[in-house]
Ligand binder design. Structure first.
Ligand code: XIL
Length: 357
């Protein structure tokens, strides 16, 4: 899909002062706030975050998660890598705890993910085709069935499109069941296991890379025509803050043309772009981050009410982010709404502005 030029919207004009204060870097609105009003309050759609069981014992995390968010996605422990053992056994201790936490705190549970190229359990390798298909169906039936009536939605197929946007990825699932076949089958099985859940196809870099966005939407169209019960479109939105203004809005508009609910499913916005020479100050990068995050929140808020499934941020504090773990952690990145001390980052204000303008 071509990257269409867009005229500045009413909201872009409204957001301009925000960018200006961000440049000055001193505005009170951008100062860290220790106890801001709940992000979710007054927002007419669910606002989500993700969780790991290790965070449930941290009172500060619990306070922030339950004050500002209304939906919870298990970050890792509802994925195949956690649930399915190499011997074909299933474990549900951690995902059950997360589901229980959501229930106890009145948060909607969003479940991810049933089929993902990146997680292809050893259990499936070496099975003949008939057994493979049976085990595939059994996995989906067992896992989606377990949270039936509680999960409001599932990412059924995650990250099917090739990295560069040129076609689909080849993976264990596509090799055994066919390139479209594994996806259609997954949606059909999930529908049987949990008929009420909204079933999503989810991917990333859809707004960053228009070619990938277009391949993704063509895939959705083809699968729908083939009868796959896709109920929603998930855009992860691990945002590249350097993308041109208007690109996120253009993707949202193209995605909305299907009339399906849309989930911004994993927002984070790293300050570490891939520019070779970057002499900008942190304040300038934060202003860039704010502008892109506000654009995304506005584009989502502008969708028809029935298409605003939820808006999920991939973690609570910067230090909770997957971008701040292991080798990737530079100790500085600020991709989320709260700093390590639980005070607001400028990105919090950017999101509020996008939701409320
Ligand atoms: C990541 C989690 O953040 C990590 O904790 C986990 O180890 C691997 O998965 N795209 C996705 C998410 O669809 O499920 C990924 O989450 C981040 C990239």
């Amino acid at each position: 899909m071509p990257d269409r030029p867009t005229a500045p919207s009413r909201r872009a004009i409204l957001a301009a002062p925000l960018a200006l204060v961000a440049c000055r870097g001193e505005a009170a609105a951008l100062a860290p706030r220790a106890d801001p009003a709940a992000l979710k309050s007054g927002v007419p759609f669910p606002v989500g975050t993700c969780a790991m069981t290790g965070q449930l014992a941290d009172p500060r995390w619990v306070h922030l998660a339950t004050t500002h968010f209304s939906q919870l996605t298990p970050e890792w422990e509802m994925k195949m890598e956690y649930i399915l053992g190499n011997d074909g056994s299933y474990r549900f201790d951690a995902p059950d705890r997360l589901a229980g936490f959501a229930r106890d705190h009145g948060l909607r549970l969003f479940a991810t993910t049933l089929v993902w190229y990146a997680q292809d359990s050893a259990w499936f390798k070496g099975l003949d085709r008939a057994r493979f298909a049976r085990e595939y169906d059994r996995y989906i039936a067992t896992v989606a069935g377990r949270y039936r009536g509680q999960a409001v939605g599932w990412d059924v197929v995650n990250e099917a499109v090739a990295e560069d946007g040129d076609g689909l990825r080849t993976c264990l699932w596509s090799e055994a069941l066919g390139q479209d076949g594994y996806m259609i089958r997954a949606f059909e099985q999930a529908k049987m296991a949990d008929p009420e859940a909204v079933l999503f196809i989810n991917d990333y870099n859809l707004e960053n890379n228009p070619r990938k966005g277009a391949t993704f939407l063509r895939t959705v169209e083809r699968l729908l025509r083939a009868g796959a019960p896709i109920g929603g479109i998930g855009t992860q939105s691990h945002l590249d803050i350097e993308i041109p203004a208007g690109r996120t809005t253009a993707f949202m508009r193209d995605a909305a043309a299907f009339g399906l609910p849309i989930h911004v499913s994993e927002l984070d916005a790293s300050l570490n772009g891939e520019r070779r020479l970057d002499v900008r100050s942190r304040t300038q990068k934060l202003a860039q981050q704010q502008a892109r995050v506000t654009e995304l929140a506005q584009a989502f808020s502008d969708l028809p009410a029935a298409q605003r499934f939820a808006f999920t941020v991939w973690g609570v504090r910067d230090t909770d982010s997957w971008l701040r773990r292991g080798a990737r952690d530079d100790g500085q990145d600020s991709p989320l709404l709260f700093d390590a001390a639980g005070q607001t980052n400028p990105m919090f204000t950017a999101l509020e502005a996008g939701f409320r303008s």
